[in-house]
Design a protein around this ligand. Structure first.
Ligand SMILES: Nc1ncnc2c1ncn2[C@@H]1O[C@H](COP(=O)(O)OP(=O)(O)OP(=O)(O)O)[C@@H](O)[C@H]1O
Ligand SMILES: [Mg+2]
Length: 299
């Protein structure tokens, strides 16, 4: 049986927030429980049909990477073992595999984007200005080309519905102070390099990604999700072809299908045909299996 989680309430607990994909509960004692649902958003709109297993994939991939980059930076994970959760969460079998208990941090209000390749808003800014976030790049680069060095291209963290805005390093320093700005810049680049090298050996190009950091009692830690198909552009190494936009590993079938419709990209989003859902599920599971090298445990 396919088990799907679209939304969740846990009796006897207080929900702190509902994002496009995650639901967050207060777990007491400076902790929160983050549940990753199977909701999918495209063009910033949550679609009415879930992608089965997506929540597992995002949650398990984040845990995989948190562990791998543990020698670079501490993270917010306390445990993902449901038996060790505080009540009432420890008696809820729906949470297994798709949740983690974390330390609640004060998030630094900057999205730490790292780009190894020219895509998305980075490509757009390069075409207009020859630079990204104030960093000048060689002339004549083409779309999706690998950058000479990975770049830290931060953006503001805006409230839902507003688009994040690229900012330069000086602006980051003015928001969170020079010392923290330097630390999150250097950490972001170091994490990206390690993860991108690792993923490439397994056939996946991490074109760019976004990290969030937070403070817990003055300690700087990495929070939120890391290096998932939702927070990153994953491309297949086999089909990589600079000079054009690359199919994204995960949501491409969804976006391609939506582009065939007469939909204005405003809520409510349209339903997806079963075939599009099936192919998308397979892509998420492929990403999990290629990166971790283990068989996906839930299907
Ligand atoms: N350890 C933590 N402490 C405090 N806040 C955290 C922690 N980990 C993640 N968060 C916050 O929780 C939220 C994660 O929820 P989610 O990903 O669903 O929402 P979002 O990314 O803000 O918005 P959306 O996904 O809807 O665009 C983010 O706002 C993130 O900053
Ligand atoms: Mg998020």
């Amino acid at each position: 049986m396919v088990d799907v989680l679209v939304s969740i309430d846990v009796k006897g607990s207080q929900k702190i927030a509902t994002g496009k994909v995650r639901e967050i509960f207060d777990a007491g004692d400076g902790r929160m429980l983050i549940v990753t649902t199977d909701r999918i958003s495209a063009f910033d709109v949550v679609l009415p049909d879930p992608i089965p297993y997506k929540g597992y994939v995002l949650n398990l991939l984040s845990l995989f990477w948190f562990d791998m980059i543990g020698d670079i930076v501490p993270n917010h994970v306390v445990t993902s073992d449901v038996d060790k959760y505080p009540p009432p969460f420890n008696s809820d079998p729906r949470l297994s595999g798709r949740s983690m208990l974390v330390r609640r941090a004060e998030p630094l209000p900057v999205e730490c984007v790292v780009r190894g390749y020219l895509a998305g808003s980075g490509w757009k800014e390069y075409k207009e200005k020859g630079s990204i976030c104030g960093i000048t790049l060689p002339a004549g680069m083409v779309e999706s080309q690998r950058l000479p060095e990975p770049l830290f291209t931060p953006s503001t963290k805006e409230s839902p519905g507003t688009h994040d805005e690229n900012i330069d390093f000086a602006k980051v320093a003015s928001i969170i102070g020079r010392r923290n700005a330097e630390r999150i810049r250097d950490l972001s680049i170091e994490i990206y390099r390690k993860a991108a090298d690792f993923a490439l050996k397994r056939g996946i190009i991490i074109a760019d990604t976004k990290f969030e950091f937070g403070l817990v009692d003055d300690e700087l830690i990495i929070i939120d999700e890391v290096l998932t198909p939702d927070s990153s552009r994953f491309w297949s190494k086999d089909t990589f072809m600079p000079g054009m936009s690359q199919p994204s590993f995960d949501k491409q079938f969804v976006r391609d299908y939506l582009e065939t419709l007469d939909w204005d990209k405003r809520p409510p989003g349209p339903h997806l045909p079963a075939g599009v859902i099936e192919k998308t599920v397979k892509k998420y599971i492929d990403a999990y299996e290629m990166i971790t090298g283990s068989k996906f445990p839930f299907n």
